[in-house]
Design a binder for this molecule. Structure first.
Ligand code: PGA
Length: 240
């Protein structure tokens, strides 16, 4: 795993946007794996600027998002579909029909998971997967557990994740307790992985990702088996 330590959040976002833009320039019909959360917002802002200036063309890009709350309607402001539209898709020339987020209203989550993985495969697989990391080492909604599920599936959020995500809701009771998430297997099939982490509150998770052996009690450690992972963090995250 390659580690890039940046001065601050802005530089981290710039580095990530550079890598993603290079991917799209080298392969205009790239399949991107995208993430929600606070961490990638700056990266998306830079990609929007690159698109608006005419430097970067999203017209042939396809995307698959990591996860979505369940159940949730796509027009709910807390949904990840809404987040992606607001923070990236509505501001670049991507074809919205080429963007996929797990369907938070799917009547059969098991079928939705299988369909999602089949669609990724039919698109040729993910070229570049963007990731964040949870304070508990989760990747997407693959939470620490005795076993991890390989494919896209429905899951329950841990108390720690519900607490961490409650900052974005009026009260902790409003945070959904279930989600659909790509599994670690789906994620590890990506050709390249870029994980972003910033701030002191991610220091422990980042250090454990680097130091711990592979264990299901820290899903992020599974990234160690992948041959092409870049970790980009800021100094606060790296030094604690
Ligand atoms: P964050 O979430 O970017 O909002 O910190 C990351 C995660 O929980 O995976």
């Amino acid at each position: 795993m390659r580690v890039i330590v940046c001065k601050d959040y802005n530089q981290m976002s710039e580095e990530a946007a550079k890598i993603i833009s290079s991917q799209i320039i080298l392969k205009p019909n790239s399949v991107l794996g995208l993430a929600t959360g606070t961490t990638p917002i700056g990266t998306y802002k830079r990609l929007i600027e690159m698109n608006k200036s005419g430097y970067l063309d999203f017209s042939k890009v396809k995307s698959f998002n990591l996860d979505e709350y369940y159940p949730i309607k796509p027009d709910n402001v807390q949904s990840y579909r809404y987040f992606m539209n607001e923070n990236l898709f509505n501001h670049v020339n991507i074809d919205i029909n080429n963007t996929r987020v797990p369907n938070g209203m799917a009547p059969d989550p098991v079928k939705e998971g299988a369909d999602y993985d089949a669609q990724i495969e039919a698109a040729g697989g993910i070229d570049l997967q963007l990731l964040g990391i949870g304070r508990n080492g989760h990747i997407a909604f693959n939470e620490p557990d005795e076993a991890l599920i390989s494919g896209t599936h429905a899951t329950s959020l841990t108390e720690d994740t519900i607490e961490a995500n409650s900052r974005l809701f009026n009260s902790i009771d409003e945070v959904p307790t279930k989600a659909l998430t790509m599994g670690m297997g789906s994620i590890l099939k990506s050709k390249m992985i870029v994980l972003l982490a910033n701030g002191k509150n991610k220091h422990n998770a980042f250090k454990k990702l680097l130091d711990e052996e592979i264990t299901t009690s820290n899903p992020s450690t599974f990234l160690k088996v992948h041959p092409n992972v870049v970790l980009i963090c800021d100094e606060e995250c790296y030094n604690g």
